[in-house]
Design a protein around this ligand. Structure first.
Ligand SMILES: Cc1cc2nc3c(=O)[nH]c(=O)nc-3n(C[C@H](O)[C@H](O)[C@H](O)COP(=O)(O)O)c2cc1C
Length: 166
């Protein structure tokens, strides 16, 4: 199986989970590629709270680099986001919007948060479904426990499940 892991990360937590996921997937003999998306706004921690969080709450779709993400040849796409104001980040919404070939693709969501994720994972899953993806599930990580074995195993199991038919 080929798995594309697309994520946004401001302070590194979501990147850490994405990297752990890739190494677990590769350990099982599947292949995984990482795509980190960058918000063209280039938030500092301060502007992330002042400007980014209200945008996240409104569900805004941020302009990102790369502007397009091609899913051709991938069996599953994983989308990871930090939680901002109980929502996915504008850049993570931008990543979903940037996907090419999402229609009919199996998808998995993960988020990292400070412990109050709100509806972030559900909102990201809904955005993927609106692009035609089939969302298998979502896993939430607490930033104080990113290497939680149970959560990682759950995420790996969902991601590496053979693709559904049709
Ligand atoms: C602007 C901003 C808003 C945040 N809002 C929330 C929140 O609503 N709930 C929560 O539990 N954590 C919140 N956090 C904490 C982040 O979700 C958490 O630190 C996350 O792991 C950061 O991921 P990253 O290191 O990949 O950027 C917020 C952080 C920032 C910078």
């Amino acid at each position: 199986m080929r798995i594309e892991i697309v994520y946004h990360s401001l302070s590194g937590n979501t990147r850490r989970v994405a990297e752990l996921l890739r190494s677990r997937i590769e350990g099982l003999g599947d292949s995984a590629d990482l795509v980190e998306v960058h918000d063209l706004h280039q938030y500092s921690t301060l502007t992330a709270y002042m400007i980014g969080a209200p945008r996240a709450m409104r569900g805004e779709v941020g302009a990102i680099d790369p502007a397009e993400i091609d899913l051709a040849g991938y069996d599953v796409v994983v989308v990871g986001s930090p939680v901002w104001a109980f929502a996915p980040t504008p850049a993570a919404n931008g990543a979903v919007a940037a996907l090419h070939g999402a229609d009919g693709k199996d998808a998995v969501v993960f988020v990292t948060s400070g412990g109050a994720p709100g509806e972030a994972a559900e909102r990201l899953g809904t955005a993927l479904e609106q692009r035609g993806a089939r969302v298998r599930g979502a896993v939430q990580f607490d930033r104080r426990d990113l290497e939680n074995e149970e959560r990682l195993a759950e995420l790996v199991a969902i991601v590496t499940r053979p693709p559904s038919d049709g």
